[in-house]
Design a protein around this ligand. Structure first.
Ligand SMILES: [Zn+2]
Length: 300
């Protein structure tokens, strides 16, 4: 079974090329996956937009309604980092539906990835930090509500701390949040995860991978996990505009291999989401995001 990939053309909300959020990375990622033979008709899965009843499991009902109606107050739009018009609203619903679908495919096949997702700064009350809806938190709560699974582990290796996911899932004992991130990165006020590891600027491949290798067995042993959500943000890369951890391409690949290999060796289903990545060279950025899919395809 080839790696199942969830994607929708409307993941790209069509921002101007010079926007601080590199929206064109979504189509370029798919191009990279096609050129690597990973995106093919038999690996393609088209998500439906997440319905309001799913979104409201994780987010305040009034905020969900504001996003669906494209009537988000300006103050919140400023915190998100862009206005929430029809295309942004649709992409947020699709990316969230995509992570739910990828999680279901992971439960079915052992592993699957969404070619978007990892919007981990969206809190229960509102979006923030380029994140409108928290797809991983929504997917976790949908699967729990359906009784599909009992124990969820979230491994968030985006360079930024997973404050929104921690906020939404803090009262949910069946979901455990782990975030390893740059100490001096956004958000300034972090919301405590189940376990947080804050790394110093310029950490680099060796120290990063050593820390990760030491924590994975402990995470795996905490419960009988039914699924792992893996946020494979590439903003840990040395050339990322927003990251500070100085990983190389090889470091990224070793990281993904370590995480995916660890949980798949234990037979635990894994749902990958791409997380953050910010670079003016969007083609190279897309190639960095493609590493997750290259590694994951080795376990499909
Ligand atoms: Zn990030």
């Amino acid at each position: 079974m080839p790696l199942q990939i969830v994607h929708h053309p409307d993941y790209d909300a069509g921002f101007a090329v010079n926007h601080r959020f590199p929206m064109s990375k979504y189509p370029l990622l798919m191009e990279a996956l096609r050129s690597r033979g990973l995106a093919r008709p038999e690996t393609a899965n088209l998500p439906d937009p997440a319905p309001a009843c799913w979104l409201k499991l994780a987010h305040a009902p009034d905020y969900v309604e504001q996003v669906l109606a494209c009537e988000v107050p300006e103050k919140i739009e400023r915190e998100i980092g862009f206005p929430v018009g029809p295309r942004v609203s649709l992409r947020a619903q699709l990316a969230t539906g995509g992570t739910v679908q990828a999680a279901r495919l992971a439960l079915q096949h052992g592993i699957a990835c969404n070619a978007a997702g990892g919007s981990h700064h969206a809190r229960r009350a509102q979006g923030a930090g380029f994140c409108t809806f928290n797809d991983v938190a929504v997917a976790s709560l949908v699967l729990l509500a359906e009784g599909a699974i009992q124990n969820i582990l979230i491994v968030d290796l985006d360079v930024h701390q997973g404050d929104g996911t921690a906020d939404i899932l803090k009262g949910e004992p069946r979901a455990f949040t782990f975030s390893m991130h740059g100490d001096r990165n956004y958000p300034v006020r972090k919301i405590a995860s189940g376990l947080d590891i804050a790394l110093p600027d310029g950490t680099g491949d060796a120290a990063y991978l050593e820390r990760l290798a030491s924590i994975l067995p402990e995470l795996a042993a905490r419960a009988r996990w039914d699924i792992v959500f893996y946020n494979a943000g590439v903003d840990v890369h040395a050339e990322d505009r927003l990251g500070r951890l100085a990983l190389s391409d090889n470091g990224l690949r070793a990281r993904d291999e370590m995480v995916i290999g660890h949980f798949r060796a234990l037979g635990i289903p894994l749902c990958g989401v791409i997380g953050g990545g910010y670079s003016t060279d969007v083609a190279r950025l897309a190639a960095r995001h493609a590493i997750l899919f290259e590694v994951a395809s080795g376990y499909a």
